[in-house]
Design a protein around this ligand. Structure first.
Ligand SMILES: Nc1ncnc2c1ncn2[C@@H]1O[C@H](COP(=O)(O)OP(=O)(O)OP(=O)(O)O)[C@@H](O)[C@H]1O
Ligand SMILES: [Mg+2]
Length: 278
């Protein structure tokens, strides 16, 4: 496993959580693209799927839903390393995954009766953080308890956002929420790593104007625009093949845009490509 920090001291993975309150803005597509790109660049990556919807990230990476996954990961207050390892499975090209299995909606009921319910994911990941360089967390389209767990666990929050009014409102809700969660987890506050504009269609006359609006809001929150991912017909084809866009069409305009966004993200945390150890 490649480490981006040298020396004998073990390093902890950086946790990147992808969130927008609005549905269908390409949260999962963006999380998958980051995981695939970071894996290709030689980093050790773990994906955690917090969304049980059909057609989710777990399905795109061919995860085995019969095995323990996110539900089991969140079930115990501070799971031991062995228990956490049982929830992890390998994938073809996205690193490892904790998959969203059917019991996950039940996790909300269990979580909601717990003291410190927003911190369950953060605590559950603690025993395996030294095994990876990055943990990529995909969240459901609502600021509910699983999404709050994703944000509370995060070092970096990336907000995928389409150039439309309701996605922008969903983006703002997340940006405000990150600050509130920061108050809860004093000393380990999540940082807004940036915005990725998704499914962008410059031929649609409204979108350039809305892109300017996204840039303005991003500036107010001191959040960089990490990239602008073009709309592509390959996404629909990937979807109907049950695959991630970046795996189905790695040379598509959108996949190339995602590569640039990942490079911008890495630069934002002080990693230039040359720093990667072979
Ligand atoms: N660059 C793109 N061009 C065109 N369509 C895209 C692009 N990226 C994603 N899509 C499509 O947008 C739809 C929503 O994508 P995705 O499932 O990643 O969004 P999501 O925010 O995770 O949704 P949900 O809120 O339901 O979890 C999918 O049908 C996907 O194929
Ligand atoms: Mg999704």
């Amino acid at each position: 496993m490649t480490r981006y920090e040298s020396g004998d001291e073990a390093t902890r993975a950086r946790i990147i959580t992808f969130a927008n309150q609005k549905g269908g803005v390409a949260k999962s597509t963006t999380a998958e693209a980051f995981a695939a790109s970071l894996t290709t660049r030689g980093y050790g990556v773990l994906m955690v799927d917090m969304d049980a919807q059909p057609g989710n990230l777990s399905m795109h990476v061919d995860a085995e839903k019969g095995l323990p996954g996110t539900f089991e990961l969140l079930e115990h207050r501070r799971p031991a390393r062995e228990r956490v390892l049982r929830c992890i499975q390998p994938t073809r090209s996205f690193g490892d995954v904790v998959c969203a299995n059917e019991g996950l909606d039940d996790a909300d009921r269990i979580l909601s009766s717990r003291v410190g319910r927003e911190l369950m994911l953060s605590r559950a990941l603690e025993p395996i953080l030294e095994d990876y360089d990055f943990v990529v967390v995909d969240t459901p389209p609502a600021l509910q308890v699983r999404t709050l767990n994703g944000i509370a666990a995060a070092d970096d929050v990336v907000v995928p956002c389409m150039a439309d009014a309701s996605s922008i409102a969903g983006m703002q809700a997340v940006l405000d929420c990150v600050a509130e969660v920061g108050e809860l987890v004093r000393g380990a506050e999540p940082r807004i790593a940036g915005i990725v504009v998704t499914r962008y269609d410059s031929r649609n006359s409204l979108e350039p104007e809305l892109l300017d609006q996204i840039a303005e809001i991003a500036e107010q929150y001191d959040a960089p625009l990490l990239g602008c991912v073009r709309n592509t017909v390959n996404a629909r084809k990937a979807q109907s093949n049950g695959m991630a866009l970046v795996e189905f069409a790695p040379n598509s305009t959108a996949a190339l845009d995602y590569e640039e966004a990942v490079t911008a993200y890495l630069e934002s945390i002080g990693i230039e490509e040359d720093d990667i150890e072979e």
